[in-house]
Write a protein that binds this ligand. Structure first.
Ligand code: NAP
Length: 288
């Protein structure tokens, strides 16, 4: 039976990865910041050496994009040093790492979908720390797959869908930016893809882009959320990003081309609107 160390098992994606893997015959050991600080090299070594997993799936990260501007050392400790520690431990045990990264490694200056061959150029501290983590893993000598995903939402975390639904229940109007474009992605779909990758693994060291198909703006995403979740008492107002100043800059366009993972693994996630409907079916119309 394959042994899997799931790092970040209590996070929004990690919880869904755990559920997806439970459906397959794997021996899973869960880690989160309560039982393992990935920024601590000795602790990582001891955990990985003690379990000797076939795969390490790293869903752990410092994910507060705005917070990272003021806490760049903290973001780097998890998103870069943490990945470096996992990679070094994986090299010793011969474990293969499946590491999750982000569309925010790109600067957003393109107007056609980013491929894995496009040069990253992060414009915020979070993106920079994630890119350093990718580089550390690639240069470590450990066996790896890096999956870059984007605009994640799922049942078990703070995310745009849940925020819009909560605001819609207490406000008459919500202003949402209409000039940033990306691909909303359901955590359950990414989790399913991860289990498929393990089953079909071709053992190559690669970066893959992995999002639900299609793209939209945050404004149009919010409008679709209102439609799918049948909220009629609140209006979504489009605004430009200049009206919503935040500590971290966001790429205006971070749509990614998913054709490489389709070619290598025959994995294609459903269109983002279908995924949102599935999310609604999975959780019901109301967020608590
Ligand atoms: N959210 C998005 O929109 C988005 C978009 C693109 C890519 N991503 C990437 O997708 C991945 C999953 O994101 P997510 O939204 O599911 O994250 P999340 O909900 O914030 O969960 C992060 C997880 O990391 C763990 N963690 C944090 N610091 C740690 C440390 N020092 N040692 C060990 N574990 C630590 C947390 O454990 P505790 O719960 O114990 O703190 C939690 O389980 C990340 O790599 C993220 O960069 C996210």
């Amino acid at each position: 039976m394959l042994k899997i160390a799931l790092i970040g098992s209590t996070g929004m994606l990690g919880i869904d990865v755990n559920s997806a893997l439970k459906g397959v015959n794997f021996l899973i050991k869960n880690y989160n910041s309560n039982n393992l600080d990935i920024a601590d090299p000795q602790a990582v070594n001891a955990s990985v050496n003690g379990f000797k997993p076939d795969y390490i799936i790293n869903c752990a990260a410092y994910t507060n994009v705005d917070g990272a501007e003021a806490e760049k050392e903290k973001a780097d400790a998890v998103n870069n040093i943490g990945v470096q520690n996992l990679a070094e431990a994986a090299l010793n045990t011969g474990s293969r790492i499946i590491h999750i990264s982000t569309d925010y490694v790109f600067d957003g200056s393109k107007r056609t979908p980013y491929t894995e061959d496009d040069e990253p150029n992060p414009i915020n501290e979070y993106g920079l720390s994630k890119l350093r983590g990718e580089e550390a893993l690639k240069n470590s000598g450990a066996s790896y797959i890096i999956l870059r995903t984007s605009w994640l939402y799922g049942k078990n975390g703070k995310n745009f869908v849940n925020t819009i639904l909560k605001l819609a229940d207490s406000r008459k109007k919500i202003e949402v930016v209409d000039d940033q474009f990306g691909s909303p992605t359901y955590t359950k779909d990414v989790a399913y893809a991860i289990s498929e990758i393990i089953i079909k693994d071709n053992s190559k060291n690669e970066i893959y882009h992995l999002t639900n198909e299609g793209y939209t703006s945050w404004y149009k995403f919010a409008v679709e959320i209102m439609n799918v979740f049948k909220r009629t008492n609140c209006e979504i107002i489009p605004v430009s990003s200049d009206k919503s100043v935040r500590p971290a800059k966001r790429p205006v366009y971070s749509v990614m081309d998913n054709s490489k993972i389709k070619e290598d693994y025959n994995i294609e996630l459903r269109p983002w609107k279908d995924a949102l409907k599935k999310y609604c079916n999975d959780i019901g119309y109301f967020i608590i």
